[in-house]
Ligand binder design. Structure first.
Ligand code: IDP
Ligand code: MG
Length: 138
C-alpha cells in the first residue's frame, strides 16, 4: 500500500463551535494528534456557496437546513496534513451524530446534535482535493 506522509484533508470548524469560541481548543486537538495546519482562514460563506460545497447531499431532506446552517455564521476552514490525514481526521472527529460518537472524539466532546456537530472533514482523498480547491484555490 502506498502511504503518503503528507496527505491532506479539509477540515471545517462549524458555526456552532466558532460561536462558542471553541476554534482554538479544537485546533490544539488537531495539533496534539499529529496534524499540521497548513492553511486556515475564518470566513462566513453565502448560502449559495454552502449549496455548492454540499452538492452531494442535494437530494437529502436535510440539505436546505444544512446549507442555511453552514452559512449562518463564521467558520474556520483548514487544510490539515499528516500521514493518513483523511481517515485519521474522520476517526478524531467521531460519528456524524455526536450521540453515537466515541469518547475522545471532537464530536463527542463538543457536538450538540446531528446538525450542529462542530466539525466537517473530507471523507476521501479525492474529495479532500476537491474541497481544498473549493476553499483555497486562488
Ligand atoms: P459527515 O459530516 O460525518 O461526513 P454527512 O453524511 O456527509 O456526515 O452529512 C453532512 C452533514 O449533514 C453532517 O455533518 C450533518 O451536519 C448533516 N447531517 C447528516 N445527516 C443528517 C440528518 O439526518 N439530519 C440532519 N443533518 C444531518
Ligand atoms: Mg460527509
Amino acid at each position: 500500500m502506498i502511504m503518503s506522509k503528507n496527505e491532506k484533508t479539509l477540515s471545517i470548524i462549524k458555526p456552532d463551535a466558532v460561536e462558542r469560541n471553541l476554534d482554538n481548543e479544537i485546533k490544539e486537538i488537531f495539533k496534539n494528534n499529529g496534524f499540521s495546519i497548513l492553511k486556515e482562514k475564518k470566513i462566513q460563506i453565502e448560502k449559495s456557496e454552502a449549496e455548492k460545497f454540499y452538492k452531494v447531499h442535494e437530494t437529502k431532506p436535510f440539505y436546505n437546513d444544512l446549507c442555511s446552517y453552514l452559512s449562518s455564521g463564521p467558520i474556520v476552514v483548514m487544510v490539515l496534513e499528516k500521514a493518513n490525514a483523511v481517515i485519521d481526521n474522520r476517526e478524531l472527529m467521531g460519528a456524524t451524530n455526536p450521540k453515537e460518537a466515541k469518547d475522545g472524539t471532537i464530536r463527542k466532546k463538543y457536538g450538540i446534535s446531528i446538525d450542529k456537530n462542530s466539525v466537517h472533514g473530507s471523507d476521501s482523498i479525492e474529495n479532500a482535493k476537491i474541497e481544498i480547491d473549493f476553499f483555497f484555490k486562488d
